[in-house]
Design a protein around this ligand. Structure first.
Ligand code: T4K
Length: 402
């Protein structure tokens, strides 16, 4: 039966999906193999503190990225905090505002001021031109973010960092398994940080890691991850408890074994979204450069209201009623969140692209729990919305007036 506008759940129809489709559903590896590993951990009675799975996990990541050191941690935010502290960052650090709040929190938490740079419209990553204008005598580092797994302009940033004698770090939370000019992300700058949160491409339930070729920095981070202990009864620095437990490390290893499958599913979903929605005025499905290795973790659409004739938030409201829980990451931009809005009230003044993207970006469900039928159905629905947008807009206006 042909769908009518009245059939949309937002206007009283029944939802397209009876069970909810989420952004961020975890990729689950082979359960039997994972459980066997967990049984082994329980039998061995070695549950955490530099255990064999942790060591194996770190080695596999360092080898895969092509760096000398991987320091795995209990989460990505903790990894950032340990890095900021171990690198001795002070004063001001330049970061994008268009990222997950943890990037800035890790600095502010340690009394380092995050200075917000705008992003580029094309890449959604920090704009080197704007960033250069923000450098002051207080600036100690740049913390770029490879948003959606797409690389920052690493060459430009490296040049700026060298010229201005700044440290250069990356929050690569979205970019595990991605490459840039054929080189794995994780190997750029002075160090990079991954998140292995449940919602990430590769997960350890909660977890993270810092990867670096700087042996001394890695040594300091290892100490800080474990209370500053360098031996039994010997504490030689201030430290936190940032350790990754054995069950999490085993989860990470199990996921690493299936990374190709995860990528293949994500890529398949991405291609359906792209093919179905590539010629819609005012709607762009963000593109991954297929010459590189990508994890295709995020399906990101940019909706320009003037051309699309419905706002991103209109589309979001319609989708949520259909049980499609799309997400408007990273709304409203860190500069507009507390405590940053109050602490640095002028920091949002010159972020036009960030201000624009926070109103336009919408992330769609993908990952191994989303099959081709789901994606096809989501695309059917979006095509219907596009076809009927005039009537939908009128109905939405009347509804909000009423
Ligand atoms: N830097 C960047 C650039 C980051 O994106 C992140 C994390 C970090 C640093 C910090 O790393 P961690 O300290 O987290 O390791 C989620 C994640 O909680 C967060 O880790 C992630 N970024 C961010 C982009 O997304 P929310 O607010 O979306 O979480 P939540 O609870 O709403 O979950 C998202 C969706 O995932 C929901 O629709 C439900 C689904 N979900 C979630 C979990 C936890 C599941 O289906 N199963 C689950 O177990 O932040």
């Amino acid at each position: 039966m042909k769908r009518k506008v009245d059939d949309l759940a937002i206007f009283g129809g029944s939802a397209e999906f009876t069970s909810t489709l989420h952004v961020g559903r975890p990729n689950i590896p082979n359960i039997a193999r994972l459980l066997k590993r967990i049984e082994g951990i329980l039998d061995s009675k070695w549950l955490t503190n530099d255990g064999p799975y942790l060591q194996q996990f770190e080695k596999r990541i360092a080898d895969m990225i092509g760096v000398r050191n991987c320091v795995a941690t209990c989460n990505g935010t903790g990894a950032l905090e340990i890095l900021v502290r171990a690198a001795g960052l002070k004063g001001e650090v330049i970061v994008p505002s268009f990222t997950f709040v943890a990037t800035a929190h890790a600095l502010q938490w340690l009394n380092v001021k995050p200075v917000f740079a705008d992003v580029e419209l094309e890449t959604h990553n920090v704009d080197p031109d704007h960033l250069e204008h923000l450098i002051t005598k207080h600036t100690t580092a740049i913390l770029g973010v490879h948003l959606w797994g797409r690389p920052c302009r690493t060459e430009r940033l490296q040049k700026i960092a060298e010229e201005k004698r700044l440290r250069l770090f990356y929050d690569a939370s979205h970019a595990f398994g991605c490459s840039h000019h054929g080189r794995m992300i994780g190997s750029f700058g002075d160090a990079e940080v991954f998140s292995f949160h449940a919602t990430k491409f590769l997960n350890t339930f909660e977890g993270g890691a810092i990867v670096t070729n700087d042996d001394q920095l890695a040594e300091r981070m290892r100490l800080m991850r474990s209370f500053g202990f360098n031996d039994y009864d010997s504490v030689i620095s201030v430290g936190a408890n940032g350790k990754l437990n054995e069950v999490s490390a085993a989860m990470g290893i199990s996921c690493l074994e299936e990374i190709e499958t995860f990528i293949a599913v994500n890529r398949r979903n991405y291609q359906i979204y792209r093919q179905r929605l590539s010629n819609v005025p005012g709607l762009t499905v963000l593109h991954y450069d297929e010459i590189e290795t990508n994890n295709f973790q995020y399906i990101v659409m940019v909706i320009e209201e003037e051309t699309f004739e419905l706002s991103r938030d209109d589309v979001l409201a319609i989708l949520w009623k259909e049980n499609i829980l799309a997400r408007r990451y990273f709304f409203p931009g860190i500069h507009a969140m507390e405590p940053y809005r109050s602490l640095y009230p002028n920091s949002g003044r010159n972020l036009p692209i960030t201000e624009r993207l926070v109103k336009q970006v919408l992330c769609f469900p993908t990952g191994t729990s989303i099959n081709t039928e789901d994606v096809t159905q989501i695309c059917d629905l979006l095509e219907f919305i596009i076809e009927k947008k005039d009537s939908i807009r009128r109905r939405l206006t009347n509804t909000s007036l009423g």
